[in-house]
Design a protein. Structure first.
Length: 171
């Protein structure tokens, strides 16, 4: 019942899958910045929905670091540890935003340097932050018509609706 050709095809398929898995694991591992080449700063966000430790940190689309640990502050805000390359000095008025690759892609932190002469020292906090946008929540609000909460929904009033006996019926 089992043919040698079928067994070879399945074997080649499994070997090909393992090679692909190994390639992607190598690519993912090689893009990591070693902790000894970074310094740590902190940012406080209202929400970090979808952001994971190890996510990229980018400036103008160029990777410059990775996200360290995520923790909850005493005021129930999210504290994010940012590991930035040592050769990169950020100004004190740098802005941190949580962005997404595409509509439903991975979350990453985007940094927008400011123009302040004072530089952030290791361990300091970025004060200007922008939390992630919850796409599913926005889609739900849009689908159920509550995007603009000030907008009142109109329903036909009894004065505008003709009485049932005045509606012409076609046989």
């Amino acid at each position: 019942m089992n043919s040698p050709g079928m067994e070879r095809a399945v074997g080649l398929f499994v070997i090909g899958g393992l090679l692909c898995l190994g390639y992607f694991a190598f690519q993912l591992g090689s893009s990591e910045i070693r902790p000894s080449e970074t310094y740590t700063i902190e940012a406080r966000f209202n929400s970090v929905a979808g952001l994971n430790p190890g996510a990229q940190i980018q400036i103008a689309g160029v990777p410059v670091g990775s996200v360290g640990k995520l923790s909850l502050g005493k005021d129930f805000s999210a504290l994010v540890e940012l590991r930035i390359r040592k050769d990169l000095q950020l100004s004190a008025d740098t802005m941190a935003s949580i962005r997404s690759h595409g509509l439903l892609g991975d979350q990453y932190v985007s940094l927008t340097p400011g123009g302040d002469d004072r530089l952030l020292a290791p361990g300091e906090r970025i004060t200007d932050t922008e939390s992630s946008v919850d796409i599913l929540q926005l889609l739900g609000r849009f689908a159920f018509g509550s995007v603009n909460s000030d907008k009142k929904t109109s329903s036909p009033t009894p004065e505008k609706t003709p009485p049932a006996e005045e509606i012409p019926l076609k046989p």
